[in-house]
Ligand binder design. Structure first.
Ligand code: RIB
Length: 289
């Protein structure tokens, strides 16, 4: 079973001719309002890849809450531990340039009310893969890491957005997943990999991904050759599908290849969740990797 604890947002996506510089106003095309949030995106990616997924987080009591949860519900993600608070649902403003690159500003709102106590012990057992990101409070993630470790489950931590993890926590984590920019904030990747229970996975956009394992070995996988429309949520697609593979007990090389193919495919439509591939699409993508 996969348990994702994390952010649930609505994204307002604006296509722009170029990403705005400081103090610049850029006129773009029509906006799209779509579900997002790193927690929600990763939960959806894992569910579409075939995982049994529970998402735990916090939304508001506003109409955005339904928008944020719509695709998750439709794809069978278990949502009964999500709480509704008086703060508005989290929202991200996303600008996307013609190459599919983005700039994201997040208003976390309700996500800052997400509490580790929402996660019952009954969903944390030795078969659980717990997935965390950094759009909820660090202390709530830390509390959950401690409980999950005690109960024997595995933990995947997506270091997004970049920021500190208490060094003492590295050896509680099975896998840490980061993009190149996020990984650069950690220091020597080989040293970080040695501190983790399994290893560090660095996603490299069009270059694919590399896993640096605790024993010093590495596994590199390519990305699919694609024309990206919107790269928003590609890292989340990777993390979710990686987790689904771990949950299924697949070999690491295959897990990485599936996650990399899924991340590429997720860039083929506007919106973080719109192009999240299902298991069949990932299987087909693998043939072209
Ligand atoms: O990783 C992409 C996500 O980051 C977006 O969906 C946005 O909501 C922010 O959380």
């Amino acid at each position: 079973m996969i348990v994702v604890f994390g952010s649930i947002n609505v994204d307002v996506l604006v296509p722009v001719p170029h990403l705005p510089a400081a103090s610049e106003t850029v006129l773009g095309g029509d906006y799209v309002v779509a579900p997002g949030g790193k927690g929600g995106n990763q939960a959806l990616a894992a569910a579409k890849a075939g995982g049994a997924v529970t998402l735990i987080g916090t939304v508001g009591q506003d109409p955005f809450a339904e928008t944020a949860l719509s695709l998750l519900r439709r794809n069978g993600v278990y949502l009964n531990y999500i709480t509704r608070v008086v703060q508005p649902t989290g929202c991200a403003i996303v600008t996307i340039d013609p190459a599919g690159e983005n700039q994201i500003a997040v208003a976390p709102c309700a996500n800052l009310r997400a509490r580790a106590t929402q996660v019952p012990d009954s969903v944390l057992d030795p078969r659980t893969v717990l997935v965390l990101q950094r759009e909820v409070r660090d202390e709530e993630n830390a509390a959950l890491i401690g409980r999950a470790r005690q109960r024997g489950g595995r933990i995947v931590f997506s270091l997004a957005p970049a920021g500190p993890i208490a060094p003492a926590k590295f050896d509680d984590l099975d896998y840490l997943i980061a993009n190149e920019g996020e990984a650069a904030t950690l220091g020597d990747p080989a040293e970080i990999a040695r501190q983790l229970r399994q290893g560090l996975v660095i996603t490299r956009g069009a270059e694919g991904a590399v896993a640096m394992l605790r024993d010093g070995s590495t596994i590199a996988v390519p990305a699919l050759a694609i024309e990206p429309v919107d790269t928003t949520g590609a890292g989340d697609a990777f993390a979710g599908v990686f987790t689904a593979g771990l949950d299924r007990g697949l070999p690491l090389d295959l897990i990485l290849r599936r996650a990399s193919a899924a991340a590429s495919l997720s860039c083929l439509a506007m919106g973080a969740q719109a192009a999240m591939p299902d298991r069949k699409a990932i299987d087909e993508g693998l043939l072209r990797l």
